[in-house]
Ligand binder design. Structure first.
Ligand SMILES: Nc1ncnc2c1ncn2[C@@H]1O[C@H](COP(=O)(O)OP(=O)(O)OP(=O)(O)O)[C@@H](O)[C@H]1O
Ligand SMILES: O=P(O)(O)OC[C@H]1O[C@H](OP(=O)(O)OP(=O)(O)O)[C@H](O)[C@@H]1O
Ligand SMILES: O=C(O)c1cccnc1
Length: 479
């Protein structure tokens, strides 16, 4: 049996495909867009991630014989099953790049093509993008308080199973993790792997000195975990003793602390190491860390050089889901024209924005910073405009006219008619790209707590079209 991902979808998608097929509209052209409504962790930006896996999934989209056999068991009719067995992915896909900063209420990925295909892929695309973007953003928050010091990803044991550990680790690297303890993630993605040792090593030997000595006689690079019994009285003295005895035979990188008051203990450990002449030895810290505890420890001037972060990063502990949605924004009519579609809601923020769109990142040439994102219809070329009028889509009196700017389209071609046209960057390139994007953002949007809202504005015609469709749907549907 194959483990084809094509059935990694909700049953209702296949049921809707069947409707489209039997009613003869499966091949009608549709446009769907992915966006989220609220910034994750109330952060000022989100870090887009997941595209690599979306590409792998879409490239391989097909039904195998055993998928069809299973759907037959579920009772789908033969004609529909034949249609599915012949299905090939032929859509256009545009997307933000991994490492791009993305914001609420703007399209971050767009799929255009046969209605039935667009429908099928919703679940997996959201599954991938929601999780990976969430973890990349969490990592960026953690990294923002750490600064240049190394951030080690330690979360696999507490992740929501294996896929989340692997792809979460990759996303964490995009957002700022420098290395991971997960060896498979290292192998798959070329992420640097890093690790110390666990309490079990010390417990197996029954004392710190023997455990450290055993480690030191089998490994060149050594970081000793010093808190199994008593960090200051036993652990650190044992580490120093072994480091002295082994001399040049080991590379004594430092010690790890994993419990207690880490501000107080790290300062004392630093003194002990310095007094022993190991001024270059680093202090690693781990234990339920996140951006809040790390910031607090830094405020207390904790002497921590390397941060190991597990559970709270890989599980996005304080916000377990991103909540991006996938909405149809346009559909071909029987006469071949495209009709924009809207989803109404009593909650104004949940009303979708109709039409196939593009997002332009507007950068002031004078200030060299991003001024906001400008959402236009897809066929508009903002680079050809001399000035643009940007206004808040709800509080329209908040507005500005921009003249001296560059505009970069956020959505870039990934698939054209089902063919991959995107040259995928390497993970280090993506990581670096994210850093350059962050440099473009004003500090006011980057702070961890209560950042300013980055402007995501609709062009006048997109806004007018939305208002017009709201009115039209009200008249058509409620009359
Ligand atoms: N000086 C500090 N300021 C703020 N938070 C701290 C400080 N020192 C440690 N912490 C954090 O406080 C929490 C303390 O964890 P906990 O109560 O489990 O104690 P512990 O010493 O780790 O005990 P255990 O042996 O059970 O791991 C952890 O999240 C840790 O990162
Ligand atoms: O705290 P986190 O951010 O999740 O980081 C990972 C944790 O995993 C390990 O603890 P665990 O108790 O699983 O094993 P160990 O301490 O015996 O190694 C490690 O010591 C960290 O505390
Ligand atoms: O290498 C480490 O120190 C490590 C790895 C996984 C989890 N906690 C710590």
């Amino acid at each position: 049996m194959t483990d084809n991902l094509v059935l990694h979808t909700d049953l209702y998608q296949i049921n809707m495909m069947q409707v489209y097929f039997e009613k003869g509209i499966a091949e009608r052209k549709a446009v769907f867009e992915v966006y989220f409504r609220d910034m994750p962790f109330k952060n000022g930006y989100a870090v887009f991630a997941g595209l690599e896996r979306v590409i792998a999934y879409l490239r391989d989209l097909h039904f195998d014989a055993d998928d069809i056999a299973y759907l037959r068991e579920l009772g789908y009719p033969e004609k529909f099953l034949t249609y599915l067995s012949e299905l090939k992915f032929t859509c256009d896909v545009k997307s933000a790049r991994e490492g791009d900063l993305v914001f609420a209420n703007e399209p971050i990925l767009q799929i255009e093509g046969a209605l039935a295909q667009c429908q099928l892929v919703e679940t997996a695309v959201l599954n991938i993008v929601n999780f990976q973007t969430l973890i990349a953003t969490k990592a960026a928050r953690v990294k923002s308080v750490i600064g240049d010091a190394p951030l080690l990803e330690f979360g696999t044991r507490r992740a929501q199973e294996m896929d989340a550990a692997i792809w979460g680790t990759r996303a964490a690297v995009i957002g700022g993790a420098d290395a991971t303890s997960n060896v498979r993630a290292g192998k798959l993605f070329g992420i640097p792997v890093s690790g110390t040792h666990a309490h079990s090593l010390v417990q197996a030997y029954g004392n710190d000195y023997e455990a450290f000595k055993a480690y030191a006689t089998t490994h060149k690079d050594c970081v000793f975990l010093v808190d199994t019994y008593d960090t200051l009285k036993i652990g650190v003295p044992a580490a120093i003793k072994v480091a002295r005895e082994m001399g040049e035979r080991i590379n004594f990188q430092g010690v790890r602390i994993d419990s207690g008051d880490m501000a107080y203990i790290s300062k004392k450990v630093r003194e002990q190491l310095d007094d022993a002449g190991f001024t270059e030895a680093k202090i690693y810290a781990s234990n339920d860390l996140d951006e809040n505890t790390i910031l607090n420890l830094k405020m207390q001037k904790a002497k921590i050089d390397v941060w190991g972060v597990g559970t709270k990063l890989i599980t996005a502990y304080d916000q377990p889901a991103l909540g991006a949605v996938y909405k149809i924004v346009a559909i071909e009519t029987a006469d071949g024209a495209m009709r924009d579609t809207i989803k109404l809601s009593s909650n104004a923020e949940k009303v979708s924005t109709p039409g196939k769109k593009q997002v332009w990142r507007i950068r002031s040439l004078e200030k060299n910073k991003s001024e906001g994102d400008y959402v236009t219809f897809a066929d508009v070329d903002v680079t050809a405009l001399d000035e643009i009028f940007m206004f808040h889509p709800t509080y329209t009196y908040i507005n500005k006219t921009l003249k001296n700017f560059t505009a970069r389209p956020l959505l870039t071609d990934i698939f054209v008619k089902g063919k991959l046209v995107y040259d995928q960057p390497t993970l280090p390139e993506i990581k670096q790209y994210f850093k350059t994007q962050l440099d473009d953002l004003w500090d006011e949007y980057k702070r961890d707590l209560n950042p300013q809202d980055y402007p995501v504005d609709l062009s006048q015609d997109v806004w007018d079209n939305k208002m017009k469709l709201i009115d039209k749907v009200r008249k058509d549907v409620y009359q």
